[in-house]
Design a protein around this ligand. Sequence first.
Ligand code: ZN
Ligand code: ZN
Length: 188
Amino acid sequence: MDIRCECGQFRARLRSFPGNSPGRLVCYCDDCQAYLHHLGRDDLLDTNGGTEVIPAYPADVDILSGRDQLKCTRLSPRGTFRFSTTCCNTPIANTRPDMPWAGFLRCVFAAEEPDRFERLVGPVRSRIMGRYANGTPPAGTPDKFNLKAMLSVMPFLVKGKLMKKARPSPFFAADGVTPVVKPEVLGQ
Ligand SMILES: [Zn+2]
Ligand SMILES: [Zn+2]
């Protein structure tokens, strides 16, 4: 599956997708909301302030073009590395060094064929951090995490660790920990 920023300068290919993915997850946490607010992309939050991500393994991601358009934002010195593009201000993925996890935002999955995306990836698997939602999130959304959320992501993380899928990551240098672009750290 290929993904892209809104203007198309940044493109990447996710190998083994959606096979190697826990599917669609929605996070209502204040950090995810603060990040899109910081980017001025509140338009990407759902009606309850949720951010939808579809994780892939970093080692399964090939950047095809636009690597130089990446920028990195961290909400705090210990925060998640959140990559977006400078060309058209599209949030791309949230990740961490040495984690077999790159959570790609829903907006980067080719919008020309929304039906194909739905067919391939299916419905939202789990929703988390409902305590930060605006209004009432969909029924069954836990305050923080629940068993359903754990069961959605744990097998993906365990398999990713065993298969060493955290590296190489297109978002970090060969050492696995240095981001490819110097992060802007907020809240300092
Ligand atoms: Zn762009
Ligand atoms: Zn979140």
